[in-house]
Design a protein around this ligand. Structure first.
Ligand SMILES: [Fe+2]
Length: 425
């Protein structure tokens, strides 16, 4: 039975205004970004903010606290005279930094009824007041950009984690009210061909980038072609109907074992009828023209093999994407769901993160930064795959051509889809 999103359902609202530009005063940028995080939780009850749907996801309340902890730990605590809101929080809201003491087990975050949501909001206000004082001083703190980018990453996680948590409820409530706006017919995919070429990828030293995007370096790409858009629900449905989930030859060994163990036969959030799925607007009819998402790397890889193609390598993706502006459907559109490709030009950004064929490893010459912040990205460079481009839940301005997201190959609660690639003779 199709359950339609109700107008009375909780309605989290993102500010529609554009993100405050990077040249704006630092305090204005900081407060704008913090306000956006709080706006994501606005339509949610304290009960909603408490739920941890699975070990990989975190409660909204934890995200609200941990993002404040980041500013407190790395920017405020080194300041003489800074008084913490609560001395226990330094250990409580440490996510994974072993250099700062043993973090609490991630899977138990949903069990913490204290501090309450109201206390966490007071904690945020305390940190904001101290940051306001700090940001009015000169020079600007060097880690501010990292703190802001970190909070943007958690803004996206709030959306993906709350989607999973609401899906776990038998009522399957909507995060935002109202149906998804009108459907668009997807444009046919084209192949964009590239001869063998030496490319330069990675972030240069101008502007903010995460350490894992550097150093910029050269990489040889053999002749290849990339699809002009990502794979749609309709195309993925053809894979399912062609018994893709029942054909071991399409899967790598670990993926086939996982499919057998978990009984996977469709993307996460698709209903058994293959006609409807759970979205942040509740259960909606499946739009066959929209990009398919909530796929694991294993599913993306198997689909590509079934289609007679392969996943793009991250260097191929970046070299192609760098030629295009970072435009696409990001979280600020308010849709919070992928939409069909509507432009004849290739779109590389927004909508869905694109799994690549590339393992998440260090670039040549990479060195993790010294100290606890060296744990931010470097220690995860094993057993994860790179995703590129950003999604409909990524804040605008957060992604760029050199951006490397990474998740283990079984993860599928992010807005993750795929673009096809193929080798050329
Ligand atoms: Fe974090």
């Amino acid at each position: 039975m199709l359950q339609v999103a109700s107008e009375s359902a909780p309605a989290g609202r993102l500010p529609d205004a554009p993100i405050v530009a990077t040249e704006a005063p630092l305090l204005e940028r900081y407060l704008d970004l913090r306000h956006r995080t709080e706006a994501l939780a606005k339509g949610l009850s304290a009960d909603d903010c408490q739920v941890q749907g699975m070990a990989d996801a975190s409660p909204v309340k934890w995200h609200l606290a941990h993002t404040s902890w980041f500013f407190e730990t790395f920017l405020l605590s080194p300041q003489p005279g800074y008084a913490p809101f609560d001395a226990h929080y330094a250990a409580l809201f440490n996510s994974y930094y072993q250099g700062l003491g043993a973090p609490r087990p991630r899977a138990a975050r949903g069990l913490w009824s204290r501090p309450t949501l109201a206390e966490v909001r007071r904690y945020r206000a305390h940190v904001d007041a101290a940051m306001a004082t700090l940001l009015q001083r000169e020079p600007a703190p060097g880690l501010l950009d990292l703190g802001l980018a970190h909070e943007q990453q958690h803004q996206e996680l709030i959306l993906t984690d709350v989607k999973y948590a609401l899906w776990c409820s038998p009522l399957q409530p909507a995060y935002r009210s109202g149906p998804l706006p009108a459907r668009l017919a997807p444009l046919p995919a084209r192949w964009i061909e590239r001869p063998g070429v030496l490319v330069e990828i990675g972030a240069d030293m101008d502007g903010f980038a995460f350490d894992n995007e550097r150093p910029r370096h050269r990489h040889w790409c053999d002749a290849h072609a990339l699809a002009s858009r990502t794979v749609t629900n309709g195309e993925y449905l053809d894979f399912i109907r062609d018994r893709g989930y029942e054909t071991p030859a399409l899967w790598v060994s670990d993926g086939w074992a996982l499919v057998q163990r978990e009984g996977w036969n469709r993307p996460l959030y698709w209903n058994e009828d293959l006609e409807s799925h759970f979205t942040l607007r509740g259960v909606q009819l499946l739009d066959l023209g929209e990009p398919v998402c909530h796929l694991s790397w294993y599913e993306a890889d198997a689909y590509a093999r079934w289609a007679g193609a392969r996943l793009p390598r991250e260097q191929e993706w970046e070299a192609a994407a760098a030629a295009w502006p970072v435009l696409g459907q990001f979280a600020e559109s308010g849709r919070l769901h992928p939409r069909a490709a509507s432009s004849a030009s290739p779109e590389f950004f927004g909508n869905v993160w694109e799994w690549t064929a590339s393992p998440y490893v260090a670039y040549p010459g990479y060195r993790a930064p010294a100290g606890a912040l060296g744990e931010y990205n470097g220690k995860f460079m094993c057993n994860q795959m790179v995703l590129r481009g950003g999604s409909c839940a990524t804040p605008a301005g957060h992604s760029r051509a050199s951006y490397r997201n990474f998740f283990p190959p079984h993860a599928r609660w992010q807005f993750s889809g795929l673009r096809l690639a193929r080798d050329l003779p």
